[in-house]
Every structure is written in C-alpha cells, then in structure tokens.
Design a protein around this ligand. Structure first.
Ligand SMILES: Cc1ncc(COP(=O)(O)O)c(C=O)c1O
Length: 422
C-alpha cells in the first residue's frame, strides 16, 4: 500500500501569520546557510527591473564577468541558474547526460549520494565509488574507476558538508580527460572558501551556491561550463515553440527532458540571442552579483586566508576544550568542522540551548554520523573572529551546564591565540 500523505499541524495561533516578519538575530554557525553579508541584503532590496531592460542585461553581463573571476576561468558560459544549489547540479546533469550514458559518481558523503540519485533519475548508467565518511579519495582510486568504467561524466563534490571533507581536485580533471570523460564538480559548500581554479584544474562544469562561503541567501546558483561541456549541451538545443526565431534549426542531439533545467535554452537566454526562457529572479540576481563583487573586492587570497584562519581557531578551541575533531583533519574543509559529541552528552539538547539561550545555530549531521557529531561552520560573512570566539564560549558554557567536565576558558583562549599568532 502507498504511504499516506504526511501530517501537517495547523498554526498554533493563526493570527501570527499577520505579525510583522521580525526573526530573532540568530548567528548561523552551522554548515550553511549562514548569515548574509548586510551588503548582499541591501543589494537585494533594490527596486525590480524588467529582465530585458538594458540596465538589467548589463547587470547580467557584469555578473558573468564577476563569476568568471570567482571561478578563475575564461569560460564564456559562466552564469546563474535560478534555484538552490541542487537545481544547478540537476540542470547540468539533465542537460549533459542522456539516458544510458555512463556516469561515475565519486561519493564521500551525503552529497555524493545526491549526485548518484540525480544521475539515476536522468536515466544514466551509474557507477558509484565510495570512501569512508571522514576520508577523501586518492586520485589513483578515481583514475582506476574512470579507466575501468569509461564514463562520459565523472561527478564529485569539492567539499561535502555532511562529512566536512574536502576532496583534492588538482589532478582529477586531467585524469578524466585522459580517458575521454568530462568532470563535473559540486562546489556548493566550498566555492569562495577554498581555492578552485577551474581552468588550471581543467574542470568542465562547476556548480555552486550562495549560502555558504559567498555570504548570500540560497536561491541562485553560480555555474561555469567549459567549451566542451557547453557544446555538448548546445547540440541538444530544442527551443520552445513560442520563442523560436525564424531561422531556427534544432540541434542534432536528443531533446533535453526538462524545460526549466534546459541549459541550452538558459545559454540562449544569457547570450546575445536573449531568447526568452524563465523570468530571471531579479532580486536573486542582485544578490548573486553582490556576493561575487564582495568576494572579488576582498580578493581570493584574503578570503581563503580568512576561512583558513577561522578553521584553525575552531579546531584549536575544540581541542583545547578536550573535544575531538571528526575525520581526516588534513582534508577538512576550512569552513566546516565536525566535532564528536562527547560520551554522555545529549547533542540535540546542547544545540537547542545554543539556539534558545545564545541565538547561535550549529549543525546536526546525517546518515551514519547522525547523533554522533555536531558541525560548526565559520564561513562567508561569519568567518570572523568574534563569531568564532562567541560560538566557542557559548558551547563551553552549555556543555558545562549539561554537567560535562571541561577546562573552563581553555577553548576560547586557544582560539584567540591562533588569531593573535596571525
Ligand atoms: C555539497 C553540497 N551540495 C549540494 C547541496 C544542496 O544545496 P541546496 O540545498 O542549496 O539545494 C548542499 C547543501 O548543503 C551541499 O552542501
């Protein structure tokens, strides 16, 4: 029998729907989303424009220019997909992969599993290689799988927030190309926090999100496509009936099975053809442009240094409190740290006290790690000394109040010392 529809409780007080929207000022120190940079929120309050207004088309072009810098690429097809990060992953996959194509998924956490799920829905023949949660792949392991499976596409996360691990990618693009595969990278959680020179590393498609290191809200996703990736998609171009130009000739490839996620039409929309497709999410475009502008203005090296410094401070603070950091610390993402929940401590109660008494949110975890680790993020606008020190201080107080014995003051002192050391 099919499952019944899920329960849906009514509002305790239906009149609350008419109250002003006035959320408590939470400090979001989980794996993302995090607090948006106030400049991004300001940009998003600008008045709307029509999507074919020359001012707006100009902003779209500027956004492309800025994201080419963020991605360190010369790729023409560098733009924004409207939707959260998984929409960008799905857009790339459904537009590039045809039913029956071989896709190799290198999975080291929940978001690797997401990519195999999307690839299967697209009708690909999927092979998944996995490594233990808390570790990453050696390039040789990926090479062996590419060689044995001959995929059309290899897909992998750079940072998988579920495990906090960061996969080294320097060699993977070259490995894929050696065997005739293209490489798609999900950099949702790492873009803007850790180096990702797309052209140097020969990555064919990168998808990101704004809500992590780029200090924006979720809802628009930066994407960059290599020439080879874009051409393969554009072969499948079948323009929607209502907007076909007089000289329209459909592509020779198979029609992409989604309209919204048809990257060939999205390319046409962002190109000089300016073909109508979706109504660009104006406010999200303003936000995405501002995220990139802020990043580029601060500069890659300075932003990465700020994230690395926050990571050192969190790790030092956690260890000085007598807690243990999860996983292979040498391959930890700089922006998220997994922390083993100590024996006898109720992890959910600690998170609830942090939220209710300190307005600080830290993350829980998924799958095999559920109930075992917390995830503490320090990224984007929140990769700041005050945010890190305040979080460690609050965690210490809550743990002590829960009856956990720990050296008082040691966590904040150790983290503070890493900042003093520079
Ligand atoms: C690595 C990774 N990929 C994909 C996603 C999905 O992103 P979204 O929730 O914006 O669709 C996330 C979200 O946390 C993520 O961390």
């Amino acid at each position: 029998m099919d499952a019944p529809l899920p329960p849906l409780a009514p509002l305790a007080d239906p009149t609350s729907a008419l109250d002003d929207l006035n959320p408590l000022p939470r400090l979001l120190m989980g794996p993302g989303p995090i607090n948006a940079d106030p400049r991004v929120l300001r940009a998003m309050s600008a008045q709307l424009l029509g999507q074919f207004d020359p001012q707006f088309r100009q902003m779209m072009r500027e956004t492309m220019v800025l994201y080419r810098q963020v991605f360190e690429t010369a790729n023409d097809w560098t733009f924004i997909v409207d939707g959260t990060a998984r929409s960008a992953i799905e857009t790339a996959m459904v537009s590039f992969v045809e039913p029956g194509d071989r896709v190799l998924v290198c999975s080291f956490g929940r978001f690797g599993q997401l990519k195999s799920e999307i690839a299967r829905r697209v009708g690909a023949q999927v092979k998944v290689i996995e490594c233990e949660w808390g570790t990453v792949f050696a390039p040789e392991a990926i090479e062996a799988a590419v060689k044995a499976f001959s995929p059309k596409l290899v897909t992998v996360c750079q940072g998988d927030t579920s495990t906090t691990m960061c996969q080294p990618l320097e060699e993977i693009g070259r490995i894929c190309h050696r065997y005739g595969a293209l490489l798609q990278v999900d950099a949702t959680a790492s873009l803007g926090g850790t180096p990702l020179p797309v052209d140097d590393w020969q990555i064919d498609c990168v998808t990101g999100g704004l809500q992590k290191c780029l200090a924006g809200p979720s809802g628009a996703s930066p994407v960059t496509l290599s020439e080879a990736f874009a051409r393969a998609i554009y072969r499948r171009r079948h323009i929607e009936e209502g907007v076909r130009p007089a000289n329209y000739v459909p592509g020779s490839g198979r029609m992409i099975s989604s309209n919204y996620f048809d990257l060939a039409m999205v390319i046409d929309y962002w190109s000089d053809n300016a073909l109508n497709h979706h109504t660009e999410a104006t406010t999200m475009l303003y936000g995405a442009r501002e995220c990139a502008r802020i990043f580029v203005k601060e500069g890659h090296a300075a932003v990465f240094r700020r994230h690395a410094q926050a990571s050192r401070a969190v790790v030092a603070g956690i260890e000085a409190m007598g807690l243990r950091v999860f996983g292979d610390v040498a391959h930890k993402m700089p922006n998220v740290t997994g922390v083993w929940i100590p024996e006898g401590v109720n992890g959910d109660r600690v998170r609830a006290a942090l939220l209710n008494d300190f307005n600080i949110e830290i993350g829980t975890s998924f799958g095999p790690l559920h109930g075992k680790i917390w995830r503490i993020g320090a990224m984007g606008y929140n990769a700041r000394r005050d945010a890190v020190l305040g979080t460690l201080a609050a965690l210490e107080t809550v743990l002590a109040a829960e009856g956990h014995r720990l050296p008082r003051g040691a966590g904040v002192d150790a983290a503070y010392a890493t900042y003093k050391a520079g």
